[in-house]
Write a new protein. Sequence first.
Length: 442
Amino acid sequence: MGEELAVDGGAAAAGGASHRLWPIVEAEEKAAVVEVLERGILSGSNAPAAQAFEEAFATSVGAKHALLAHSGTSALQLGLAAAGVNAGDEVIIPAYSFVATAMAPLLRGALPIFVDVRPDTGNLDPSLLEAALSDRTRAIMPVHVHGCPADLEAICAFAEAHGLVVVEDAAQAHLATHGDRPVGAIGLTGGFSLQSSKNLGCGEGGVFVTNDDEAFRHANRIRNFGQDVAPSDAPLDAHRPLDGGAMVSSFVGGMYRGNEMTAAFARAQLAKLPARTAACQKNAGWLSDRLGELPGVLPPVVPDGRTSAHHKFRVRFDLGQAGVEDVSPRAFRDALVTALRAEGLEVVYWQTDILPGHPLFAERLTRGEGWPVPESLLPRLSQNYDPARYPVARDLLEGSVVLFSQSCPLIAQSRETVGLYAEAFTKVWANRERIRDRARRG
Ligand SMILES: Cc1ncc(COP(=O)(O)O)c(C=O)c1O
């Protein structure tokens, strides 16, 4: 039974935890932004801070090219556009992700088609790809969810065998590796997010990456109103930075560029990312070992040959192994969240529903509402957008909690704080029958 739970009036095991807020803004980021302001060039397709960041980012993820975009969602749209995904195409994506994974194809006029995920990592299950194919399938967009690389070997092999392209949603996976390569540009193209909660958190922003020269050129056009902007080595007139350059559109493009302050801030953060990632991985490994000793607790899985950025730390539970079967996982999860929070931990759901469960998919698009979907495709969407077809993704969400939060992620925390998470979780787990009883009472 152990000590009394804080939720029942006992002392909070992690009451003294000092959580560090994210993102961490230090002198280097401030100086970098001030330098931009003093230079007076705040934007532009070839602006200096953006170019310096793009070069540094490309190097850090082993890509030939990188382009700063104003969000991860726009970086993914550039990735799809550069990979030749157009209106009417289908893009296969996992049923579990942030909704931007599904929005990016939609905003290009393409349709996301869901497949279920693997129970251990939450990543797209490659064994289900075949059944999701149609003659409109053009791309697969795996997500390296929580920062753990998807099975790119199997996914890229499948794509090659079927004439498809792979666009990586690496929004959460800065510096994660698959084999000996960082993720992002292992597929034809990829997109990262720089939104504040990410391991490289810079306000709002995104980065498109590729090793392919033509994909890079095309992404750069789409980023700039469909125009062939001056090549990146063309000198910028520092006194007239807003003048010059092409103004002729040959493609449908938008304005997806980032701005100079974000670029400078991001570059200063990027210099710190390898050390932060290594410390985060060490803490994640340590915490996983502690939690893995508890019966029925399943810490994050990182398959052999891959490293995770541990952007999110999702802990699954198996109520059978834990000896508390006679309760619904969902009710147990909710009671567990309440108990862990009472002990002083940051705990979130992150997503409360799988992607096909969002009303946009489950209710509206299947009826042809809210977005122009050809009527002939509605039966396919009714089938594919039925949430009941994705039991693994649903069970993952109902049978797990995410330790740490967007505001206080693992990457920001000290070893001492992570130690308190192990202590508090262990205490709560020793009382899991109490949690089960609370869950049953509702
Ligand atoms: C998996 C995933 N894809 C895409 C995005 C979109 O990134 P952004 O919010 O920068 O547009 C996010 C960000 O939350 C994400 O987690």
